[in-house]
Ligand binder design. Structure first.
Ligand SMILES: *Cc1c(COP(=O)(O)O)cnc(C)c1O
Length: 425
């Protein structure tokens, strides 16, 4: 039995499914997860010391490549001064100031420890600030695992959804309306019927949790318009896209200004940091200023904040995103060329340091279209790439991530392997 298989068996005895987050268990692709021992730059090494080119990047945070020496040093230096105080620190102010300086939609931010906390609290804040209960989300968008966001679409276009997880009472999602991504007519229809009761729309402004799906022309602008018209708040969940697709997230790319923004992943540089923010007018509703409660023992943790600050400083280097986007596009286009040359129905897309691979003739625009991609072929591709030392996300419905350390040689090595693999699947 391989060392990875031994560890998986052992893990499965003490941890449900052997993992601390479900996608890691390889359920959708089958086989044995790789237990990672260490990571450096674009590479990870598993329990058998096998090296992989990594396109998971800890699901987004590792934008500088793994274990960037300056980020590691910042963590070490912070740790020496104490791991957690439960009292305010100067470094927290610095992180808040950096986020506010970079994203024009932010006047104030509150730091938390995960994306889930950020989105859960942003929803609570939207409800508290508007005095309304209903919220709108889109099918295929993921906003963490808080109760009212674990919802799938109901049977009719405008019926309220059903829980997508056991343990969530239907009443908890009875205020959540789930609509089709990129379908502005459905949004207008929903607001025509329920506009006065809708607190907010929450959206991944570029979706990265149903593979990569970009907003159609006018979609984000339309959401902005509908929210403004009906007095609802627009929440951009930029937990994944923030500082990943460009220096100002999707709000910078699109020019659409949300009322609230949620962040995590890159802003923690691999440590647990999340944030939500918006105008001071809205943020004044958060405790201790206002009646919307939120708290966290480890919020603004000094070691995590140090990693975030170092990361945000390094990604502000001139030309950082041009280079990152160019490398990511080289990978996506190179894969598409090679797959099509092998006669496979395959498409790829990218934005900034994020990419999508689809076993389909065209790039999908909705959850239904992405669901129709050939997952069996993706699974064969995934395992063959993994055997050859390339680590993609173990699911056909996840986006991929490129870091600043994925240089031409790394991308070319990936494409050479892919060319061989495409011929066999
Ligand atoms: C990852 C993610 C979350 C959840 O963040 P966690 O830190 O895993 O809780 C929320 N929203 C989006 C868009 C994400 O990609």
């Amino acid at each position: 039995m391989s060392r990875n298989a031994q560890l998986f068996e052992r893990a499965s005895r003490s941890i449900p499914g052997g993992v601390n987050s479900p996608v890691r268990a390889f359920r959708s692709v089958g086989g044995t997860p790789r237990f990672i021992k260490r990571a450096q730059g674009p590479y990870v090494w598993d329990a058998e010391d096998k090296q992989y080119i990594d396109y998971v990047g800890s699901w987004g945070p590792a934008i500088l490549g793994h274990s960037h020496p300056e980020v590691v040093r910042a963590v070490q230096e912070a740790a020496v001064n104490g791991l957690s105080f439960g009292a305010p620190t100067e470094a927290e102010i610095e992180l808040a100031e950096v986020l506010i300086a970079r994203l024009p939609s932010l006047e104030q931010v509150r730091l938390v420890s995960s994306g889930t906390e950020a989105t859960m609290t942003a929803i609570r804040l939207a409800r508290g600030a508007t005095g309304r209960n209903k919220i709108v989300k889109f099918e295929g968008c993921y906003h963490g695992h808080s109760d009212s966001l674990l919802v799938k679409a109901g049977s009719g276009l405008l019926t309220f959804g059903n829980p997508s997880s056991a343990g969530v009472p239907p009443e908890f999602v009875s205020h959540t309306l789930t609509l089709e991504y990129n379908n502005l007519d459905a949004v207008r229809e929903a607001f025509a019927q329920h506009g006065a009761d809708i607190a907010c729309i929450i959206v991944e402004p570029i979706a990265g949790n149903m593979n990569l799906i970009k907003p159609a022309a006018g979609f984000l602008e339309g959401l902005r318009e509908v929210c403004t018209q009906h007095g609802a708040l627009l929440i951009f969940d930029e937990v994944m896209t923030g500082f990943r697709v460009g220096p100002q997230g999707v709000q910078g790319l699109s020019g659409v200004k949300p009322d609230l923004t949620t962040l995590a992943k890159v802003i923690g540089g691999g440590m647990p940091v999340g944030a939500f923010g918006g105008s001071a007018e809205i943020m004044k509703h958060i405790a201790p200023l206002g009646g919307v409660y939120q708290a966290g023992t480890l919020s603004g943790n000094p070691v995590a904040v140090a990693a975030g600050l170092a990361t945000l400083r390094l990604i502000a280097a001139p030309g950082f995103y041009d280079k990152l986007a160019a490398q990511t596009a080289k990978l996506a286009q190179g894969l598409q060329e090679r797959a099509r040359a092998a006669g496979l129905p395959f498409s790829a897309d990218s934005v900034g340091g994020m990419f999508g691979l689809y076993f389909s003739d065209k790039v999908p625009a909705t959850f239904a279209e992405v669901s129709a991609c050939d997952t069996a072929r993706f699974n064969r591709f995934f395992h063959a790439m993994l055997d050859h030392g390339v680590h993609f996300a173990p699911s056909a419905f996840e986006a991929g991530f490129v870091s600043a350390t994925h240089d031409d040689a790394v991308i070319q090595a990936t494409l050479d392997i892919a060319e061989k693999v495409f011929a066999t699947i």
